[in-house]
Design a protein around this ligand. Sequence first.
Ligand SMILES: [Zn+2]
Length: 258
Amino acid sequence: MLPLTRSLPSLCREEHLASGHGPAPVVPLVPGIWRIPLLRDFVNGFILRDDDGQVTLVDMGVKSSGPKVIAALGAIGSAPSDVTRLVLTHAHPDHAGGAAHVAARTGRSFDVHEDDARFAREGTSPPRDRSFLLGRLFDRVAGGQAFTPVPVERELTDGEVLPVAGGLRVVHTPGHSPGHISLLHEDSRLLITGDAIFNVRRLRWPIRAFCTDFAMTKRTAAVLGELDYDVAAFTHGPELRGNPREAIRGFLARERVG
Ligand SMILES: [Zn+2]
């Protein structure tokens, strides 16, 4: 018998989650761009598909996420052989954890900002902010291997526009890590903040103990209030539609940034 206290929608949701088979679900953001929920909405990757079928993948989640990224390709009718570009917003284990698996399955290497490339290649996390006790602690106990080393093909720089689905602009937003980037798809007016700003229950800063320089994280996020976009997508949390720029500007203003 069904427990009467549980609503039908919640049961359907549980069944959907429990099935665990078949293609991973993807969330359409704009035509040709999808979010891949890798740990529910808490950790996300992204798919961008050109008109000619070429696929770019952004961020690969934690170690167990690699197969989910590959399954997400199937969900949109693409294959690993369609992937022509792999991008990491930064070299942290909840973004680069699945990267080695995806590189092996697609035969591709990654584009990473030049200031995080060394960490990606080594599979180590950039230093934590030592002005916080937790940052000092993490820095001491979490040295060494953080994720499987990632093959890096190109080192990215601020302002360059990748030839992805009409142009994907690299916006260097350092602080969370030295080479952290946000990405702006100008054609569809979609921003991927990366970890510059989280949208977990509300707009918020990334956990400061996991930042290389928390003050710099807050300072460099100001640029996200200046860009033009209609959809804001987050590596942590669901997307914002409607007027996300105003929401982000409001957040930055409340935090007295920019
Ligand atoms: Zn991070």
